[in-house]
Design a protein around this ligand. Sequence first.
Ligand code: IDP
Length: 150
Amino acid sequence: METTFIFVKPDGVQRGLVGEILNRFERKGLQVVGAKMLRVDEDLAGKHYAEHEGKPFYPGLIKFITSSPIMAFAIRGVDAVTVSRTLIGATNGRKADPGTIRGDFGLSGGFNMIHGSDSIESANRELALWFPEGTLEYDKSSNLWTYDPS
Ligand code: IDP
């Protein structure tokens, strides 16, 4: 089992897509082990997107992420990082495949509704940053019928 970090960005919250987006993770069979709604300050946004500092889109990205509340989730499952990135789709909504979140709901490269950790290392770093209190441990009974025992 892996735990990954996602958040619905300000555009997703403002467009009323939180339920639609979370539903895609739940119906896939992934387990929600943390959830919170918050307004992101510049310090948290800067730490989260540190790898992009200096890029042309960075100032706009920080302004966007701090502009309105977001909703963050910790998501657990087998290969949860990769599975989540597949559900999310390519960065630019105009290029993302239909069937993905960005492919179905987006037309922008920046306003792309959702973040998802891109590796296990990123997930661990981001979970520590966004959920310093930790995530929940509980049995999800449907896992017995979601994963085969082999
Ligand atoms: P990802 O979210 O698909 O992993 P990254 O390359 O890590 O994409 O970029 C982080 C975020 O920065 C993107 O989700 C998007 O919101 C924004 N971004 C990336 N590239 C651009 C760009 O070329 N123009 C505007 N915003 C961008």
